[in-house]
Write a protein that binds this ligand. Structure first.
Ligand SMILES: [Zn+2]
Ligand SMILES: [Zn+2]
Length: 293
């Protein structure tokens, strides 16, 4: 869920960073994230009226809500939001000259025209690669076009993701154990990050977060969030010395590593900001894994 205060609190935690690259990442993408939260607050996206049966099926991973009831998003708004966020990026990054001109030349109308209507989980999965192509500048894809498009989509989907998460949580009695979905129950995307945090009533709870639509859902503590493996001997946490909060949940069965933040208290955790912080640790792990081969 996009929440300006929560984002600012999370960014403040990492202010005065020694790691220059991380400081720059947080300055640029943090500015875009805050602007996205403001735009989502000013005009929240549509929230479909899902039935209790649909919510219940999504909670168990038997349905993806966006495919049950596809949403109709306004491509004109998507384009306007993308332009706004792109400008925020350009200003925060302090781009000048050729770099600035290249970023300003991106064809956001072409990107927005690729948005399927109505939008279901399948259409969503196909949209980002199509958007990157339509933008007309391959070199800018990873650092500019894809993140800006992703945040713009999030502005339009966040209300649906947030409301659906609330409905799923409300349905779930704390004591009943049920198989939880690996992929986002709302939009079908892969989970981006996990948190383990103290809650008021239930002690430490693990949650997975979708940064595509803003949904979150409870998950088993000892289970790979990438492949679903539950064998204790296959799973362990790795982290940098001196930083117990940011860990990777590494799985022998699928070879994956899920970024997991031990957040202390749930309210202190912001999945988008922590995702930016964790990308540094993931790169480190990739380098280690490559070195081990
Ligand atoms: Zn989602
Ligand atoms: Zn796994």
């Amino acid at each position: 869920m996009l929440n300006i205060k929560n984002i600012q609190r999370a960014l403040l935690k990492y202010a005065g960073q020694d790691d220059e690259q991380l400081a720059r990442t947080l300055a640029v993408y943090g500015a875009v994230l805050q602007r996205a939260a403001q735009l989502a607050k000013d005009a929240p996206g549509p929230v479909p009226e899902w039935t209790p049966e649909e919510i219940s099926a999504a909670r168990l991973g038997k349905a993806v809500l966006l495919s049950e009831r596809p949403v109709v998003l306004d491509p004109v708004r998507l384009e306007a939001v993308a332009r706004d966020l792109a400008q925020t990026f350009i200003d925060a990054a302090g781009l000048t000259g050729k770099e600035r001109a290249a970023c300003e030349a991106v064809d956001w109308a072409g990107v927005a025209a690729k948005l399927p209507s109505p939008l279901d989980a399948e259409g969503l999965a196909a949209f980002l690669p199509a958007a990157a192509q339509a933008a007309g500048n391959e070199g800018l894809g990873e650092i500019f076009v894809l993140p800006v498009t992703g945040f713009a989509l999030r502005v339009l989907l966040d209300a649906a993701g947030t409301e659906a998460s609330r409905a799923i949580d409300a349905l779930e009695p704390d004591t009943v154990h049920a198989e939880r979905p690996l992929r986002c129950p709302v939009c079908g995307s892969a989970a981006a990050i996990a948190s383990v945090a103290g809650t008021m009533r239930n002690g430490n709870v693990k949650k997975l977060y979708c940064t595509c639509c803003g949904a979150s859902w409870k998950f088993e503590r000892i289970r790979c969030a990438l492949c679903g493996d539950e064998a204790v001997s296959d799973l362990n946490y790795v982290h940098d010395e001196g930083d117990e909060a940011h860990r990777l949940h590494v799985c022998k069965s699928c070879g994956g590593a899920m970024p997991t933040v031990f957040a202390g208290e749930e309210l202190q955790f912001n999945p988008d900001v922590e995702g930016m912080v964790m990308s540094a640790l993931e790169n480190y792990y990739d380098a280690e894994a490559a070195g081990a081969k």
